[in-house]
Design a protein around this ligand. Structure first.
Ligand code: HCA
Ligand code: CU
Length: 378
């Protein structure tokens, strides 16, 4: 398995630009690229230079920024596109062609033999230009495995750096992805990339399964933005890997996830979902009294992610009827109020009774605690 040795191909500036709300100016692309580079992703994938004149210029500009991350662009698998991609000065080119019967019939109309020919032609050209080369099949999960292995073997023999599988429609399950990657791992000597859409909620689990089976590169985007509901989110993949072992992601600057999620959410005009991995507003909030008590004693009881490792803090919610006196005590201590256990237990019952009659705020609880503290000795 390659959990301990993998690279992220960050595609916010390619797949992410295909999100319905995305429009990134050149300055915004530079801002995103620079922040992703500071976070430490190994690759940045940019929109095809064929897409528009500005897309071409943006490839040139970002390739010249001198970032640590390798700059890739992404094109269809034909010689004309590949040449234009090389002209931009990027370090690598990701080419893709549809191999499922759906795409062969309704998109480009080519047979597998024709795909084989064009794949070899384009890969040979790119390698001759000295750029890192990836060949991928779109809709790999609904393609015939023997077909794709035949094409991958041909480009591997030419020396392609990576082949990619793409779950373009988000149909794959972790077990399917594991089996497919494991099969390719046995057949091929080159690196293997996984690109997974999230239509049925498996994008993170599928990326993880791909790594377990020997994939070496995973595509992500910030907040998972992309076509339809997007792909594997960067923060979610990092959370998944960290939950297995924080050492797996120690090469990245984790506190920047919050900056990345906030920046991209603002630029594409969405809120960060409340239940987002790491950065959702509820991600490190504890509520029920039993949870709060244990977390106050030892956060590991109910936290697999340590908020401080991501530059964040936990929050114990006290103003509700599920609260417990340990949580109320914790709040009193935060406020510097010296209330004894008996008082705190009494106040906890007061809070519960008040909360039975309507929504409480933290201010309501604080007022009660201050009142009790001020009345001491009266
Ligand atoms: C696309 C399709 C793609 C390509 C993935 C890849 C997909 O071009 O928009 O290059 O590996 O999901 O199949 O994003
Ligand atoms: Cu995609």
């Amino acid at each position: 398995m390659s959990l301990t040795n993998f690279a992220i191909i960050e595609s916010t500036l390619r797949e992410g630009e295909q999100f319905v709300n995305a429009f990134f100016s050149t300055a915004e692309k530079i801002q995103i690229a620079t922040l992703l580079d500071a976070f430490g992703v190994e690759y940045l994938e940019l929109t095809s230079p064929l897409a528009s004149p500005e897309s071409y210029n943006d490839c040139v500009t970002i390739a010249r920024l001198g970032l640590n991350a390798k700059i890739l662009t992404h094109t269809r698998c034909n010689l004309e596109d590949a040449k234009k991609a090389v002209d931009t000065g990027v370090a690598g080119v990701d080419v893709v062609i549809g191999t499922s019967s759906y795409l062969r019939e309704f998109s480009h109309g080519r047979t597998i033999d024709q795909i084989l020919d064009v794949a070899q032609e384009v890969v040979a050209y790119l390698l001759s230009q000295g750029v890192e080369t990836r060949f991928s099949t779109e809709d790999s999960l609904r393609s015939d495995v023997d077909d794709i292995i035949r094409v991958y073997q041909a480009v591997c023999e030419l020396g392609v750096h990576r082949v990619g599988i793409a779950d373009t429609v988000g149909v794959g399950t972790p077990r399917q992805i594991y089996d497919l990657v494991a099969c390719l791992r046995r057949e091929l000597t080159c690196d293997i990339e996984f690109h997974g859409h999230n239509d049925s909620g498996c994008a993170i689990a599928n990326a993880y399964a791909a790594l377990e089976a020997g994939a070496t590169h995973i595509d992500t985007s910030v907040l998972g933005i992309g076509e339809r509901n997007g792909i594997t989110p960067l923060g979610g993949l990092v959370a998944r890997l960290y939950a297995t072992d924080p050492a797996l992601v120690k090469k990245y600057h984790l506190p920047l996830i919050r900056n990345l999620d906030s920046l991209v959410a603002r630029l594409v005009q969405v809120d960060i979902p409340f239940n987002n991995y790491i950065t959702g507003f509820a991600s490190f909030t504890h509520k029920a009294g039993i949870h709060a008590k244990a977390v106050l004693n030892n956060p590991a009881t109910y936290e697999i992610l340590r908020p401080e490792d991501f530059g964040l803090t936990r929050y114990i919610h006290v103003a509700h009827r599920l609260t417990g006196w340990n949580a109320v005590k914790g709040r009193a201590e935060q406020l510097g109020l010296g209330l004894d256990d008996q008082q705190l237990k009494f106040l906890t019952n007061e809070i519960k009774t008040m909360a039975d009659h309507g929504r409480l705020t933290l201010d309501d609880v604080d007022a009660l605690l201050y009142d009790a503290a001020n009345n001491v000795g009266d």
